[in-house]
Design a protein around this ligand. Structure first.
Ligand code: ARG
Length: 542
């Protein structure tokens, strides 16, 4: 039996607990029966042998009917340390990172929201965070796009719907180039011009890039996400060549049978596992640019920690990246981390497959607006679209964040938008309900209150739950998984729902009303705070 279940605490607030704690068996009902005076010690011993020690409790002993739990000092110190003010560390978060002219897929949405969560969390814990978007803005696709735009492009359409139009041109040109040698050559020529920095090619490329960034910024704003820096693969082409030279001079660059430049990463040094950093035609690759980008960032921003967020298909890429940085002598690569996530299946809208992020946001808003218009509880609002947008995004977030990030999941509009159950809508609904309760009782002054009026089980459970908040943030910061926080907030909302039923404010004696209101206020502020870290914008009314 885990020791927690004996204490009948729904959860255990590690921070607020004194280092060790005791439990007198004479106060415990075991299987519903209070033990008789005579055999408390026997009972205590019996129980103690059944209790499992774990990472938190390292020793359990008994004495005259009292069970003593010794809390793991090292863990306590570790957890407390994170609560103490410490030197701010500089965290570099690299996320979102879509590819220009290509589809914005579910993976980019996940990278955007997960990266935002991690950045918010690190910031809340007192660190300096730099948020970077590393665009896929270089490579052969720009040859196709540049040459294709000459053939099928329209300035008009580019203005009206830039992402859509660039994508169309790219797809069409891609198809043409498959069977049309001239087209293929035109694309190659264009990319070559670009690599040689020819002004016309560069200025067209710049235009495509800028339009894309502008458009994305608009969409990120809807999501409540911002970036401090928009960088991209294009920034590091020259540096990538320098990296190759450096590898060469360090004796790390080998030539493969195919004539490509590789770095040997095999433990035995027998070329059993290599990473290609240079094509046979002398051009660099995605990984070469990533090596250059990492070194450049370290020089420019001197981060203490760097976190990359991408789907799990890139696990190997980042392993190789960190390994190469290490063999090049960059020991800080130890403090670089990749946070991989699983795939999303079946993300589509009413009009079909999702091509752009905006489609997903529009659909979430439209569906939520519809649900709100059907619900009897919906309040009069100044701007229902705005509320629907915020609630819809919360629904997306909870669906995405509930499980381990590495798991794949199936995108399900109906399920994620349910008002009851473990959804973002439920979080928002609870927040709005708490706001309305506080508003209705705004005349009650709850600056002081008597805590002894919060002794019923429902209040106690909520108080104990609220005390765990720091511990949950700490846990999320350890493994960078939002699920701890999401599940904590969902539980808080379930507890609040019972409290709404059982702990009436109106009609209670003034001192009781005051204490209860204080409890609701505490729940509301923890809920709002947690929601913001997840990337939600809590609504006051819905
Ligand atoms: N643009 C890449 C893609 O869509 C993701 C970039 C991830 N970040 C990085 N530094 N490699 O797959």
């Amino acid at each position: 039996m885990p020791w927690k279940s004996l204490l009948k605490l729904p959860d255990f607030g590690l921070f607020r607990q004194t280092a060790d704690f005791r439990l007198s068996v004479s106060t415990l009902r075991i299987n519903g029966i209070l033990p008789s005076r005579g055999d408390v010690q026997v009972q205590a011993e019996n129980l103690a042998t059944q209790l499992k020690q774990d990472s938190v409790v390292e020793d359990i002993s008994t004495d005259r009917g009292v069970i003593s739990f010794k809390v793991n000092r090292k863990l306590l110190a570790q957890v407390s340390e994170s609560a103490l003010p410490h030197d701010r560390i500089r965290v570099f978060a690299c996320c979102s990172s879509p590819n220009i002219a290509k589809k914005f897929h579910a993976g980019h949405l996940r990278s955007t929201i997960i990266g935002n969560f991690i950045a918010n969390l690190k910031q809340t814990l007192g660190n300096n965070v730099i948020r970077m978007n590393y665009l896929g803005d270089w490579g052969m696709q720009f040859g196709l796009l540049g040459a294709g735009f000459g053939q099928f492009g329209s300035e008009e359409k580019l203005k009206q719907n830039p992402l859509q139009h660039l994508f169309e041109v790219y797809v069409r040109m891609n198809k043409e180039a498959e069977h049309n040698e001239d087209m293929k050559q035109a694309a190659r020529d264009f990319f070559k011009q670009l690599e040689q920095h020819e002004s016309q090619a560069v200025s067209l490329w710049q235009q495509f890039r800028q339009i894309t960034v502008d458009e994305y910024q608009h969409i990120y704003k809807r999501l409540g996400v911002h970036f401090d820096i928009y960088s991209g693969e294009s920034f590091h082409q020259d540096q990538a060549q320098e990296v190759v030279q450096q590898l060469q001079s360090q004796g790390l660059l080998k030539t493969s049978e195919k004539g490509t430049g590789v770095v040997d990463l095999s433990p035995a040094g027998d070329m059993n596992s290599v990473c290609t950093v240079l094509r046979s035609d002398g051009t660099t690759l995605y990984i070469t640019r990533d090596i250059a980008a990492a070194i450049d960032r370290k020089e420019k921003y001197n981060f203490d920690e760097m976190i990359y967020v991408t789907d799990k298909s890139q696990v190997n890429h980042f392993n190789q990246l960190f390994q190469i940085l290490l063999v090049m002598g960059h020991s800080w690569a130890d403090r670089c981390q990749h946070v991989p996530f699983g795939l999303v299946q079946g993300m589509s809208t009413r009009t079909g497959e999702v091509v752009f992020l905006e489609d997903v946001l529009d659909e979430a808003r439209a569906r939520m607006l519809h649900n709100m218009s059907q619900a009897k509880t919906t309040k009069e609002m100044d701007n229902p679209e705005d509320t629907a947008e915020k609630v819809g995004i919360s629904a997306l977030l909870v669906q995405d964040f509930r499980g381990p990030l590495l798991s794949d999941y199936r995108f399900d509009w109906d399920r994620m938008l349910q008002a009851q159950g473990d959804t973002g809508v439920f979080l928002q609904y609870t927040h709005a309900r708490l706001c309305s309760l506080l508003q209705r009782n705004a005349d009650i002054d709850a600056t002081t209150f008597d805590p002894s009026l919060l002794l019923e089980q429902t209040s106690m459970t909520i108080l104990q739950h609220l005390l765990r908040y720091d511990e949950v943030l700490y846990q999320s910061a350890q493994d960078l998984q939002p699920k701890h926080l999401v599940n904590f907030l969902l539980k808080l909302c379930h507890l609040t729902a019972s409290a709404h039923r059982e702990l009436l404010v109106k009609g209670s004696p003034p001192d009781v009303a005051q204490a209860r209101l204080r409890l609701f206020r505490g729940s509301c502020s923890v809920l709002a705070n947690g929601m913001r870290i997840l990337g939600m914008c809590p609504v006051d009314k819905m």
